[in-house]
Design a protein around this ligand. Structure first.
Ligand code: TTP
Ligand code: MG
Length: 350
């Protein structure tokens, strides 16, 4: 089962402005042009939302709903810089990051070895790092697919986190309104309401064929989503740069031959996963070793994908290590990316 985290910054533009001007903090704030009250709002803080003020609302209407609304002109450069920091943080936890917008992403942490691969702790740490490095709060959802992770991040927003597990998922999500379904906009919502469908639970009552008759191909999606089924992969727009498999042991291991067996286990699984990437060229191979004191070494070299080569890298380093209590080993490969290729193809000298 995959481990997916969805992160969404809380009232992003408005929170950045509050951070930089704390006098805004206990007032209703809307981000948007201030010219004669025209234009629409980008977003608003949660105090303003209590008055019904929200994203994409005409500023004039927002001021009618909330006459004390403080309007702040957006400074996109600032939001972009902050966004770069959060995406940098995501990349420190996984290569598989799918941006959804300036403040939101899916992160597939199935292969992340931090925190013993505990996705909840990883999500917690991501939120801590975001707060530390940007001064802003984010909400997180943790689940085993994208659809559920996204729904989860919304449950305790702002500054909250929720987990949706596989057990009894259909009944646990039955109360959600259909507007939470990806692809259900105003028009689709209306059509569904006309058939008396308001919640996931009500959708679950329909046979797949009935949903196809009513909503065409999208009916299949509705059938699956309403039960928490979603096979879509987290697809990073950036090309995967490496692939690695690691094992963390419940007890530290000192015996070399035992460690080599573990290393071979990693290697075999890596080989299996590499089949999906048969069209990629590899640049380097590497072995990762983590000591009981959490110090970590990566030994990297050019080499082919044969266990003997990984074994050689491991053995040379293992001999040099003083503290032989090892808590993690891993094998990995780095791919040639377009950037590397470009570098390789540059003329050597001119
Ligand atoms: P959202 O994540 O949709 O909203 P948000 O972060 O402001 O609030 P929430 O706590 O509910 O997540 O969008 C992120 C930013 O994108 C938002 O701060 C401003 C910008 N944005 C617009 O400029 N116009 C829009 O219509 C929307 C929806 C967002
Ligand atoms: Mg947001």
């Amino acid at each position: 089962m995959r481990k997916i985290i969805h992160i969404d910054m809380d009232y992003f533009f408005a929170q950045v402005e509050e951070r930089d001007n704390p006098s805004l903090r206990d007032r209703p704030v809307g981000i948007g042009g201030i010219t004669n009250g025209r234009g629409v709002l980008c977003t608003s803080n949660y105090i303003a939302r209590k008055f019904g003020v929200k994203s994409a609302m005409p500023t004039a209407l927002a001021l009618k709903l909330c006459p004390n609304l403080v309007l702040v002109k957006p400074q996109f450069q600032k939001y972009k810089e902050t966004s770069d920091v959060i995406f940098q943080i995501f990349s420190e936890f996984s290569d598989l990051v799918q941006p959804l917008s300036i403040d939101e992403a899916f992160i597939d942490v199935t292969d992340c070895s931090l925190f013993n691969n505990d996705a909840i702790k990883i999500a917690q740490e991501i939120r801590i790092q975001i707060l530390k490095r940007t001064g802003l709060t984010a909400s997180a959802g943790v689940s085993y697919n994208k659809f559920l992770a996204k729904i989860a991040s919304d449950i305790f927003k702002p500054n909250g986190m929720a987990v949706i597990r596989a057990e009894n998922v259909a009944s646990n999500i039955a109360h959600f309104p259909i507007s939470k379904m990806p692809g259900v906009g105003k028009v689709m919502e209306k059509r569904m309401l006309a058939h008396g469908i308001k919640t996931f639970g009500e959708l679950q009552q329909f046979k797949k064929l009935n949903l196809i008759n009513l909503f065409g191909d999208y009916g299949v999606r509705l059938f699956d989503y309403s039960r928490g089924i979603d096979h879509r992969e987290v697809s990073s727009s950036r090309i995967r740069k490496s692939l690695s498999v690691e094992r963390t042991f419940s007890n530290n291991i000192e015996d070399e031959s035992e460690l080599l067996i573990k290393l071979e286990g990693c290697f075999l699984e890596m080989q299996e996963r590499l089949k999906k990437h048969h069209d990629r060229f590899t640049k380097n191979i590497f072995v990762k070793i983590k000591n009981s004191d959490f110090s970590q070494t990566t030994i990297e070299a050019r080499g082919s994908i044969e266990f003997s080569e990984f074994k050689y890298l491991f053995k040379t380093r293992f001999q040099e290590i003083e503290n032989k209590a090892i808590r993690l080993v891993g094998t990995g490969v780095r791919f040639i990316t377009n950037e590397n290729k470009f570098q390789l193809e540059l003329p050597i000298s001119s």
